[in-house]
Design a protein around this ligand. Structure first.
Ligand code: UD1
Ligand code: CA
Length: 425
């Protein structure tokens, strides 16, 4: 098992936001969590050190509460990427194994690529391996300078590059694997004598070469994976790419998605074959959707939703933290939250589960058993149970549990005043 260092101390000025960059989200999951999850998924790394600086408290608190195997290390002030890594020296004192370094703002990196990269590093008996990418537009990236025999010579930052170096299209992707025992000394010898006055992590390549260590570059196949978020436009683009990946996975698994362009499905949603997703649905959080379901158009699943087979969730229906058994329909204009709903249930148009008490701030559960029919525009005030086969008349406000096979109705009686219109004129 090896260790990772995840650089996340930078300011992210171009986000123009009060939120620290790595806590910006895609499907409500912060960027840094995507990176940590993929690192953990490789099964090769047992400890992650997240370097935090700008708004460190917020990032540290998030990581502590939400990320496995991860510990934050403070970098204050932020004097460059090399300085950032050197902050991990106390934690890694005595450690001689490999360390992989990544950035907390590249949410599209995958466990497969990280694994392939580490395996490459091992197979080459490398002391230091840099991930590179070939880019049509290499602007702003560090350029990869290779020796005549193809080995890696050095990395030159754009701001320090000569005009002819700027023409190089192979760039530094910002991911490194190194033998900590052999390279750690480099971090005591870095200088900030460069265009940006920073301690560059990239200078360890020259250092390693000067010590005759084995240095290699691994070229990534899919540049999307190293796409870094620097602006809100980048964030929107990354979300789109992530969504496209998820949709492709579901299409390949036999799910029908009528309009991928207007369908959003979180990476944590599972969907079985022959379910149809109609246009303009937003499916967020962790959900499990069975076979032959029909979702949308314009449906909103907010997470922790489990749909068994043959469930219909129609237009303008919002579902959250709810389990729905097979052959149940909620076709129009409803809110179903914190509920357990049986099979063969019909949820009439406009049904609301009132699950939240704003005075106590508590959420309660609505339980609807098999074969129940809920009339249109009903409000089910939780906690409440509608037992098997019961019917709720349209426009009812249900504040007590209803026994099996009963009719519950709270509607005011209909009055018809004959000729009222004529008389009042
Ligand atoms: C860096 C690389 C560049 C590479 C690019 C890939 C250096 C000197 N240059 O450039 O070769 O092509 O990444 O994206 O490393 N950070 C800290 N502490 C600091 C400074 C930065 O934690 O003091 C973090 C940032 O939050 C970010 C990462 O390090 O996650 C990269 O920093 P950034 O300033 O974006 O580096 P670049 O100039 O883009
Ligand atoms: Ca950057």
């Amino acid at each position: 098992m090896i260790k990772s260092i995840i650089l996340s101390a930078g300011k992210g000025t171009r986000m123009k936001s009060d939120v620290p960059k790595v806590l910006h989200t895609i499907f409500d999951i912060p960027l840094v969590k995507y990176v940590i999850e993929e690192v953990n998924k490789t099964g090769l790394i047992d400890e992650n050190f997240v370097i935090v600086g700008h708004q460190a408290k917020l990032v540290e608190e998030y990581v502590r509460n939400n990320c496995r195997n991860s510990k934050c290390i403070l970098q204050m002030p932020q004097l460059g990427t090399g300085h950032a890594v050197s902050m991990a020296r106390p934690e890694l004192s005595g450690y001689e194994g490999d360390v992989i370094i990544l950035c907390g703002d590249t949410p599209l990196i995958t466990a497969e690529t990280i694994k392939e990269f580490i395996e490459f590093h091992h197979s080459k008996h490398s002391d230091l391996t840099v991930m590179s990418a070939v880019m049509e537009n290499p602007a702003n990236y560090g350029r990869i300078i290779r020796n005549y025999n193809g080995t890696l010579n050095s990395i030159v930052e754009e701001k320090d590059a000569m005009p002819e170096e700027k023409l190089i299209k192979e760039v530094n992707a910002g991911i490194y694997c190194l033998n900590w025992g052999k390279i750690r000394q480099a971090f005591s010898e870095l200088s900030n004598n460069n265009a940006q006055g920073e301690y560059y992590l990239t200078d360890i390549i020259r250092w390693a070469n000067s010590k005759k260590l084995v240095v290699n570059a691994f070229t990534i196949k899919n540049n999307e994976e190293i796409f870094g978020i620097n602006s809100q436009a980048n964030l929107a683009e990354a979300a789109k790419i992530m969504n496209k990946r998820t949709i492709e996975k579901h299409l390949n698994n036999g799910v029908t998605i009528v309009d991928p362009a207007t369908t959003w499905i979180s990476p944590e949603t599972e969907i079985e074959a022959d379910t149809i997703i109609y246009p303009s649905c937003y499916i967020n959080g962790k959900n499990k959707i069975g076979k032959n379901c029909k979702i949308g158009p314009f449906a909103h699943l907010r997470g922790d939703v489990v749909l068994e087979d043959n469930v219909k969730i129609g237009n303008f229906v919002e579902v959250k933290k709810t389990t729905i058994k097979s052959h149940t329909n909620a076709c129009h204009l409803s809110y179903l939250g914190d509920s357990e709903i049986g099979s063969e249930v019909n949820i009439g148009a406009g049904t609301i589960t009132a699950n939240y008490n704003p005075l106590t701030k508590e959420k309660s559960k609505t339980i609807i058993k098999d074969n129940v029919k809920i009339g249109s525009n009903s409000v089910l005030v939780a906690p409440v149970t509608i037992e098997e086969g019961a019917n709720v008349g349209a426009l009812s406000v249900i504040t007590k549990s209803i026994s099996a096979w009963s009719l519950a109705i709270t509607r005011a009686p209909l009055r018809i005043v004959e000729n009222w219109v004529k008389k009042s004129n």
